[in-house]
Design a protein around this ligand. Structure first.
Ligand SMILES: Nc1nc2c(ncn2[C@@H]2O[C@H](COP(=O)(O)OP(=O)(O)OP(=O)(O)O)[C@@H](O)[C@H]2O)c(=O)[nH]1
Ligand SMILES: [Mg+2]
Length: 197
């Protein structure tokens, strides 16, 4: 996998041109989004910190995996510690418009903390995304910090969320499955892709 940092945009207005298929990465602040980016890209590309709410910019990365390119959009973490009903309030109207109108986003990756799988704020985000999800878009839930769970707890979580993926950024577990899943969602199988292009 090749990774190229493209840009940090302080606001949506400074987003890059929507020329590539995009994968939007979102999650509650402190969920391990920056850590995930680092393990995913195998580079120290994002700052990891113990002070939540560090990442305020929208970061664009060009990913080349198995000869295909997509752009990973790292969105600011939302709502640390406080549960808010409205994503609008937390994230700002601009981000709301961006998420709804950015037609080249084909996949939303929603990171959730395996230790706190049922937070209102995450459920709200899920509902929010589903409220405008188009037919050509998907949501992939990825639980982080699975190294903090007992085997039995992890088994339970997997049972409850059969569609989700499970990673440990710390132990570098489950990351390849996420890559494979992204490729599968974006490009389907090779034959399909050939006939479409
Ligand atoms: N045990 C464990 N800790 C993790 C994992 N991923 C991240 N952490 C820790 O969780 C804390 C937050 O990680 P970050 O990657 O900075 O989280 P973030 O979501 O980018 O946070 P903000 O940018 O501050 O919103 C750090 O102390 C990380 O070391 C994981 O898979 N397992
Ligand atoms: Mg971060």
């Amino acid at each position: 996998m090749k990774v190229k940092f493209i840009k940090s945009a302080p606001t949506i207005k400074e987003a890059i041109e929507p020329n590539f298929t995009e994968v939007a990465l979102l999650g509650r602040s402190n969920v391990g989004k920056s850590s995930f980016l680092n393990t995913f890209t195998n580079q120290k590309i994002a700052k990891v910190s113990s002070t939540p709410g560090k990442t305020k910019l929208i970061n664009f990365f060009e990913i080349e995996d198995k000869g295909k390119k997509y752009v990973l959009v790292d969105l600011p973490g939302f709502g640390y510690a406080k549960v808010s009903k409205s994503m609008l309030k937390d994230w700002g109207k601009n981000l709301d418009e961006f998420l709804k109108n950015r037609y080249n986003i084909k996949l939303f990756i929603h990171l959730r903390d395996a230790r706190h799988p049922d937070l209102d704020i995450d459920n709200n985000v899920d509902e929010y995304l589903k409220s405008f999800l188009r037919k050509d878009q998907q949501i992939l839930t990825v639980f982080t910090k699975i190294d903090k769970l007992k085997q039995s707890e992890l088994a339970k979580l997997k049972q409850k969320y059969p569609e989700a993926l499970f990673v440990s950024n710390l132990k570098k577990r489950g990351i390849n499955k996420v890559k494979e899943k992204i490729n599968e969602i974006l490009w389907g199988n090779y034959e399909n892709n050939q006939t479409n292009s």
